[in-house]
Design a protein around this ligand. Sequence first.
Ligand code: NAD
Length: 352
Amino acid sequence: MAKKTAQTKKNLKAADVLGKDDLIVIGGAGGFIAGALAKYFHEQGFRRIRAIDKKPLPQWYQITPGVESLCMDLSEKQCAIEACKGAKEVYNLAADMGGMGFIERFRVECLRSVLINTHMIEAAYCAGAERYFFSSSACAYNVELQKDPHVRALKESDAYPAMAERGYGWEKLISEMFCQEYWAERGMKTAIARFHNVYGPFGTWDGGREKAPAAICRKVIEAKDSGRHEITIWGSGRQTRSFMYIDDCVNGIDIIMHCKDLIAVPINLGSNELIAVNDLVSYAEQIGGIKLKRRYDMDAPQGVAGRNSDNTFIKQVLRWEPDTPFKKGLKKTYDWIERQYYDRKAGKRTVS
Ligand code: NAD
């Protein structure tokens, strides 16, 4: 893993370019990443943050006191207009999404997120916003390049010729194009980050939309609690992925959004530490202090065989890359899920 070299270059952030009373609008803030982003900006001292999600407030993963939190459906044009009114910057992370179990099964729902992005970027433009951020995904990459667990890491140019993940990935590609054309044709500054598997506390950990790190932690915790010392793994366990810790993601969003060399340029935002699912299970077992009998469900959704983030471009432009070691981030995630698990058992309110 490359060493942090940020000290050689100062990357601009919101705190460098915005006034503390400039309005920051964040879509999808009842969910994992945008909820963390709202908290991050609030902690930086921004006084006007408008957080929006279609979920009713009691179902939000995090509500940050002092942040204006609104329940609105951003796939409705009028709601998008209301949401963006007066905004200096718009961060759109709202999408109908989940882990492989969700995106392979609900392609129509994933495709319909194009309505959110269509209305939000137009509303941001009409409101005179200075910058617009779009959360794209590694699922936008050509699936033909991801058939081997020992993958060559994906670089930004690998999205074309396009053969994205059906449904979810194609929606991301078309919404990226909106960002590129709003800059090219209308001069609104846009930023496009292709996230690679984000995990951490306050992420979905149960219910069908959770991703591999959270699902595996939960299964280990359940196995320990129930005394049935076995675990079911989707696929052969040889699939590989890289996973980015939430703090790196939020930091990266801020830097990418404010980099003048990245306007309308898609960029990977992910770790390049490649992990096989079997190793992920071993790490979670180590944290839990248990060894489980493994069963492999070859009929379960598995996604591509391997996927990693090529960080050459982000290191070149920003002299920075996500660098939280996976074992460290997983420990924090495991501990948080374990508290959630026992809170739920005790009848307390929990995330997902
Ligand atoms: P999440 O599901 O936790 O959050 C998304 C939020 O958007 C949800 O709370 C949902 O209710 C909200 N939403 C959906 N439709 C909406 C609508 N019409 N109006 C308002 N809100 C709506 O997901 P996340 O993990 O926080 O992901 C955030 C963004 O990052 C998404 O665009 C996702 O595609 C992208 N992304 C995430 C990952 C990851 O690993 N988590 C990877 C790649 C890309």
